[in-house]
Ligand binder design. Structure first.
Ligand SMILES: Nc1ncnc2c1ncn2[C@@H]1O[C@H](COP(=O)(O)OP(=O)(O)OP(=O)(O)O)[C@@H](O)[C@H]1O
Length: 568
């Protein structure tokens, strides 16, 4: 059983560890006359990170498989477990810094005296809880289903395996039954732990203010053209701080939204999405493998790099409105930047971006001036190329996210049949040429979303490597979306209940109620978007004040759902 674990670190506390190791080097080497001990500090930091990974793995082995799937733990979970954990401020107070520094001394001394190897470095239970509360902000654990035939017997009989697959007699999945999940604990499970600091947590100076100062009241407009919205304060905060240093034009800044990854604003988004058909895992694997294959090919000489397999790095996600297509694309990029499985490992404290999303708003590309729309598109692609080149050295990827791609990839024959102006046709042709031009970059990934697959130009669909359908959630998915919204409300004190609040929704009584509610939502064909809004709608329509009891809330929810199905 394999799990991917993403652990968000408290960057300030980890910086204190680094500072403590530097101080130690200086005191030992007579005032640091031999340099700042960069090498020694880096080695010790690597041991510290391994230690942290082992503490996290040990913590996770205590859970049953049913609890590990999509498990999320945060500071309040660590504090709730008591025994050794402490509450820490960001940045830590002087007293807390002293605690961290003495912990570092004690732990490294213990490791030295026990002679533990770096890889298996471990601490006792009390220190483990202290470690988690001091250095870890949150942990997300995701089950990674693997095909058993691919990872089991190293001496497997290939011919026999392939015959069994085509006969339909091969057991391809390692998935556990529901009963097995409840009883299986994971002493033997493999946990791949990724440590990271999201960019919002790392200090970069006053970039946001610099960006604000740079907002020009005049924009380069064509005669008569309306002024576009340009970067607003909201988009600046999303865009993070060092956009001014990027090699892109002001025009592209106006026509796109750029996020540097891993971004604080995209934290937890992936975990909030509930799909039943492994779409997240498939998308993640697809994007990771495409980037890895591209980076391996780029290390070959030019003639050898010409591969016979297609890798346009273009993924299309389609499905009805409100099914989470845009959200899954953005959160996929966040996960790619956290896990970096296609690139070399770097220090989690490294404050530079590990990837970026350039989100293209298709509606803004169109201009009333003939020929301007395709020029706008070409400018954006030109700037994306500059970003790709600039990011190649650092091993960061650039994702071009084209939301509602039908606006710029509409079938050209349909456009001509409808007597539309040839400008629309030129935009589609420009898009196709630019896609072909950029595909040589090994750090590129293009994610496109659409509600209207059938209206897309066949030449665009032909260029996509992977096409993924995202539909309305299943009964199980509906129950998960509604339950997670209600759990948040319980945690925030909006809904009250008797007994153990954190576990109340897992009781048999409430599980049955949620099953019934999910059944009705399924029949009404409710989208993920509507479901995520339902708890708030029910509250506002049926109550004038909060908190409300869980039972009363559920009755209100049922009434709202019945009204919804009557309108459907
Ligand atoms: N399966 C799901 N699980 C959890 N939340 C979901 C799911 N599907 C949609 N949502 C929520 O619905 C909201 C809308 O999602 P999003 O905008 O990504 O949908 P979309 O498919 O891109 O919609 P559109 O096609 O209208 O642009 C988001 O807040 C998202 O979290």
């Amino acid at each position: 059983m394999s799990y991917i674990v993403d652990a968000s670190l408290r960057s300030y506390s980890v910086q204190v560890v680094q500072a403590a190791l530097r101080e130690e080097y200086r005191s030992r080497s007579n005032g640091g006359k031999g340099g700042d001990g960069g090498q020694m500090v880096a080695e010790k930091m690597a041991i510290f990170y391994n230690l942290l990974r082992n503490v996290i793995r040990k913590k996770l082995t205590k859970f049953a498989a049913s609890q590990l799937e999509d498990l999320t733990m945060n500071s309040s979970t660590f504090l709730g477990e008591g025994h050794g954990s402490i509450e820490i401020c960001e940045p830590p107070t002087e007293a807390q810094e002293r605690i961290i520094k003495s912990l570092v001394k004690v732990v490294f001394h213990q490791l030295q005296t026990c002679g533990q190897s770096d890889k298996f470095a471990d601490v006792d239970e009390g220190h483990a809880n202290l470690f988690l509360s001091l250095f870890v902000k949150s942990i997300h654990c995701e089950y990674f289903e693997e095909t058993s035939l691919l990872n089991s017997d190293p001496e497997l009989d290939v011919q026999d395996c392939i015959r069994r697959i085509f006969d339909g007699t091969g057991a391809e999945n390692t998935r556990l039954s529901e009963t097995q999940k409840k009883t299986t604990f994971h002493h033997a499970a493999s946990f791949t732990v990724h440590l990271y600091c999201s960019l919002g947590h790392v200090s970069h100076g006053s970039g946001l203010l610099e960006e604000f100062d740079k907002i020009d009241l005049e924009t380069d407009l064509c005669p008569g053209e309306e002024q576009s919205e340009g970067p607003t304060l909201a988009s600046l905060s999303y865009n993070s701080e060092s956009l001014s240093e990027l090699p892109i034009s002001k025009q592209t800044l106006n026509l796109t939204r750029i996020a540097l990854l891993p971004s604080d604003n995209l934290e937890g988004l992936w975990e909030c999405l509930h799909f039943d058909d492994g779409i997240k895992r498939r998308l993640y694997s697809y994007a990771t493998v495409a980037l890895k294959v591209a980076s391996l090919s780029s290390q070959k000489p030019a003639e050898a790099a010409q591969s016979s397999f297609g890798n346009n790095k273009l993924i299309l996600v389609h499905g009805p409105p409100g099914t989470g297509k845009t959200t899954v694309c953005k959160s996929l990029c966040q996960k790619l930047s956290i896990r970096r499985e296609f690139s070399r490992e770097i220090d989690p404290l490294d404050a530079t971006h590990k990837g970026m999303i350039v989100e293209l708003s298709c509606s803004q590309i169109f201009s009333r001036w003939f020929g301007e729309s395709s020029k706008n598109l070409a400018t954006i692609f030109g700037d994306v190329e500059n970003l790709l080149i600039a990011n190649q050295q650092t091993g960061s990827f650039v994702c071009l996210l084209i939301d509602e791609v039908e606006a710029i990839a509409f079938s050209r024959s349909d456009l001509l049949q409808k007597n539309e102006s040839t400008d629309g046709v030129r935009v589609v042709s420009t898009l196709l040429t630019q896609l072909d031009r950029l595909k040589k970059y090994n750090n590129l990934i293009i994610l496109a979303t659409s509600n209207l697959l059938e209206s897309l130009d066949p030449a665009f669909i032909d260029r996509t490597d992977g096409v993924f359908y995202v539909g309305n959630p299943s009964r199980n998915g509906i129950a998960k979306i509604l339950s997670s919204g209600m759990k948040d409300m319980i945690t925030n004190g909006v809904i009250t209940s008797m007994g153990d609040l954190s576990n109340v929704l897992n009781s048999l009584k409430y599980k049955k109620i949620m099953d019934l509610i999910a059944e009705k939502c399924l029949l009404a064909g409710t989208s993920g978007r509507t479901l995520s809004k339902l708890p708030l709608i029910s509250l506002s329509e049926h109550f004038r004040t909060v908190p409300v009891s869980l039972d009363r809330f559920l009755i209100a929810l049922a009434i709202s759902i019945r009204q919804l199905s009557e309108q459907a």
